[in-house]
Design a binder for this molecule. Structure first.
Ligand code: EPZ
Length: 434
């Protein structure tokens, strides 16, 4: 089991480069199911969840090639889907596997997808995905932990989401693009990752209006063709690095990012006393050093403060002068990092959906346990300022969504290294798939 060893105290100085967005790559990879042609995706991050999605697609019959000359480029061809089943062994390791449900039904008229089950941060139901597909004519039954879906051809419908759901919006958008007639989708998620998927679908020949807004109108087409598409930068990885620069009192430039997708986080860091400057359309510079000030956050759907940045922000709040209220409105159990931060000396009290953080607290290094992807990031950030050497266990959670984060952080002055099996190299991974 991999561990990180981190010695705190070094300000991070220099430039760190952001990888492609995991949460764009996952739906875009699933979109390959919608055509018999090959699609090429560029700027894919080298992270565990992408590997999982590749295994899932391969298990259904997809052909996948990693480009030797450019390892962040993947070609996917789903000409033959010999086994349109998302098996539990894979789905249980990644909830986003449910993203193949809509494309499979739209392409093949049949799908068998294991129910994802919950995860560390909550129940993660997919009732809104199912309700939308049923409204489009799919007959969906549940047995033995699997969803079975059948339909001659999906029919366009008027879909209104009871709750804003990112992958629900993506799943049903992929269903709608091959449905007969028009689909009007209201109360959609507006996350940039949804717009990324829509841009790929349009490049494949889909007819979509309103991508990235809360209302999308889709004219179904009879088939889609191949395309090449470059995934947007990961706004959550970028935000995590901004907090790393602020919490260590460093001077860090986060490059290859998209500042336009990061306004809520940039504004909050400025409110907390960090100096944050945007450079053009692909870089943000953060300078810490002064006393950080307490500032409250309340997580909201995009463009509000992202739930995926809540744990990272809480680590920063432990170092801010005063009382910061951290309210988590999206998931019911996304405070798993609190206990571990408290073991390092943080002063945090949780009542329902709100954590009260009193600072500044002097953090001391400790052996801590990662519980989920973003909680892991929070512990890394705390360890970067804690006094002494921390050991973070179960960093495989981190590897799900951060590409070689220990190398990127060490490259700007962090004292961090990975203990145990090194995360598979691109070569290892390529041979694992081919
Ligand atoms: C996506 O998850 C992201 N994952 C999550 O990122 C992110 O935290 C989340 O959106 C919110 O922004 C991917 O894109 C792969 P939701 P998703 O459906 O789509 C409820 C990370 O750290 N809900 O928007 O699964 C749900 O329980 C991950 O990178 C229903 O009730 O989240 C939650 O309370 C973690 N029924 C709320 O909606 C449904 O059918 C928002 O969930 C679907 C969702």
């Amino acid at each position: 089991m991999d561990k990180f060893v981190i010695r705190g105290g070094n300000p991070l100085v220099g430039t760190v480069r952001v990888s492609g967005a995991k949460n764009s790559a996952l739906p875009c990879m699933a979109a390959a199911i919608l055509t018999e042609d090959e699609i090429t995706l560029e700027n894919l991050p080298h992270v565990r969840d992408i590997n999982t999605e590749r295994k899932l697609l391969s298990s259904m019959g997809a052909e996948i090639w990693v480009d030797d000359t450019k390892p962040d480029r993947v070609k996917i061809c789903c000409r033959t889907l010999s086994d349109p089943v998302a098996k539990y062994e894979i789905v249980k390791t990644m909830r986003a596997s449910s993203l193949v449900l809509g494309p499979l039904i739209a392409r093949a008229g049949v799908a068998r997808v294991a129910m994802p089950g919950g995860c560390a941060i909550g129940g993660r139901p997919i009732d809104l995905h199912i309700r939308g597909l049923e409204k489009m004519g799919a007959v969906i039954t549940q047995e033995h932990g699997y969803l079975e879906a059948r339909v001659e051809r999906l029919l366009g419908a008027h879909l209104v989401f009871d709750k804003i759901t990112v992958t629900g919006t993506e799943d049903l958008l992929m269903a709608a693009v091959l449905a007969e007639g028009e689909t009007l989708m209201e109360n959609c998620a507006r996350e940039p990752e949804v717009a990324d998927l829509a841009a790929l679908l349009i490049a494949m020949g889909a007819k979509i209006e309103g991508a990235g807004t809360s209302t999308m109108r889709v004219q179904g087409v009879s088939s889609l063709h191949g395309a090449r598409y470059r995934i947007n930068p990961d706004r959550i990885e970028a935000g995590t690095f901004l907090i790393a620069g602020a919490i260590t009192g460093g001077d860090l430039t986060v490059a290859d990012c998209n500042p336009a997708h990061m306004s809520a986080v940039i504004n909050k860091l400025q409110e907390a006393g960090a100096r944050v400057d945007v450079f053009g359309t692909d870089a943000v510079r953060v300078r810490g050093g002064g006393q950080l000030r307490a500032a409250d956050i309340s997580t909201e759907e995009y463009p509000g403060f992202p739930t995926d940045m809540q744990a990272q922000y809480m680590a920063l709040a432990t170092q801010a002068e005063g009382v910061s209220l951290v309210e988590e409105n999206i998931f019911e159990n996304r405070f798993m990092h609190v206990q571990e931060l408290a073991r390092m000396g943080a002063n945090i009290k949780v009542e329902g959906r709100t954590a009260t953080v009193r600072g500044p607290a002097k953090l001391s290094a400790a052996a801590v346990m990662c519980s989920d992807l973003r909680a892991s990031a929070s512990l890394v950030l705390a360890a970067l300022v804690a006094d002494g050497e921390s050991i973070l266990d179960r960093v495989y959670h981190m590897d799900r969504g951060y590409e070689r984060i220990e190398e990127k952080l060490a490259g700007v002055g962090a004292q961090i290294y990975r203990m145990g099996n090194v995360f598979p190299t691109r070569e290892d991974e390529k041979t694992a798939i081919e």
